[in-house]
Design a binder for this molecule. Structure first.
Ligand SMILES: Nc1nc2c(ncn2[C@@H]2O[C@H](COP(=O)(O)OP(=O)(O)OP(=O)(O)O)[C@@H](O)[C@H]2O)c(=O)[nH]1
Ligand SMILES: [Mg+2]
Length: 259
């Protein structure tokens, strides 16, 4: 029956994004007491799970961009020879398992996953697109909970929001004490996990045993530098469409960043 495993030969070449998204999280996390529409503890659990993914999954993402219940991981090299079935199953299952442990859940949760092949020149566009979605979510969800507070039913609220312009939603939330231009940056722009540049540089003499580092005074042969970079979670991202945002992305994807 091996010949019926018809998708096993499907492979993808990097660079790719893999985006995982919590399945039915509107319901799945509804009884955990998180604040609506945003709870910093939930965001922190998503960030922590992303960091565990970097450290323990065996995959080696260059960076991750996340908001709400979704995380986009960017890869320039892939294990399993790029096998789609492996990538698209191990990543969401690892992530779901990590989040389950982190939140000490007693009921299972799952994540779906999709692979988005991109050229390096499309990375910025992909991120801008996800950040637009984060902003859109931000406006709509604040509008949604404001209308619910006013006594509208969920169905009427959705219907009303569908007929409102963003500026009307801004006005509505403003009248109710929330200025959508002044909410925490992570709610408006999402978050990133990446390796900070050059936290520490080690000089390595022995290419066979790169873990043995030497100090500056040692006689060196075949010396090379290896950058050890701490993982950082960035809760104050720029807008990706600005120069500052473009600079950050360019820096993250420059060829030697991932060495
Ligand atoms: N209370 C609370 N809920 C959150 C938070 N972040 C995300 N969520 C929930 O997660 C949902 C994510 O949206 P979606 O991914 O579009 O919806 P979903 O219910 O997960 O459905 P599918 O992804 O289509 O399976 C939101 O609608 C919220 O219900 C948070 O900080 N607080
Ligand atoms: Mg979801």
């Amino acid at each position: 029956m091996k010949d019926r495993e018809i998708f096993s030969g499907l492979r993808v070449a990097p660079p790719i994004f893999v985006r995982v998204d919590g399945r039915g999280f509107g319901k799945a996390i509804s009884n955990l007491g998180f604040k609506k529409p945003y709870d910093e503890d939930f965001a922190a659990a998503m960030v922590d799970s992303t960091i565990v993914f970097f450290k323990q999954s065996g995959f080696d993402p260059i960076f991750a961009y996340l908001f709400s219940d979704e995380v986009s991981f960017y890869f320039t090299h892939l294990p399993f020879n790029g096998r789609v079935e492996k990538i698209d199953s191990i990543i969401p299952s690892f992530f779901a398992s990590t989040l389950t442990i982190r939140l000490e859940l007693s009921a299972p949760v799952s994540f779906d996953s999709r692979i988005i092949p991109v050229a390096p020149t499309q990375v910025a566009d992909y991120l801008k697109c996800r950040q637009d979605e984060a902003w859109n979510n931000h406006v709509i969800s604040y509008g949604y909970y404001t209308l619910l507070k006013h006594g509208f039913s969920p169905r009427d609220t959705v219907d009303k929001l569908n007929h409102m312009k963003h500026c009307d939603i801004h006005e509505l939330t403003f009248q109710n004490g929330v200025n959508l231009g002044e909410t925490p940056l992570w709610q408006r722009r999402g978050l990133m996990v990446y390796r900070s540049p050059l936290v520490e540089e080690l000089q390595v003499t022995d290419l066979e045993h790169p873990e043995i580092a030497v100090d500056d005074e040692s006689p060196t042969k075949n010396m090379h530098h290896r950058a050890h970079r701490a993982l950082v979670d960035d809760w104050g991202l720029p807008l990706f469409k600005t120069e500052e945002g473009r600079d950050l992305i360019e820096h993250l994807i420059e060829p030697d960043y991932s060495l």
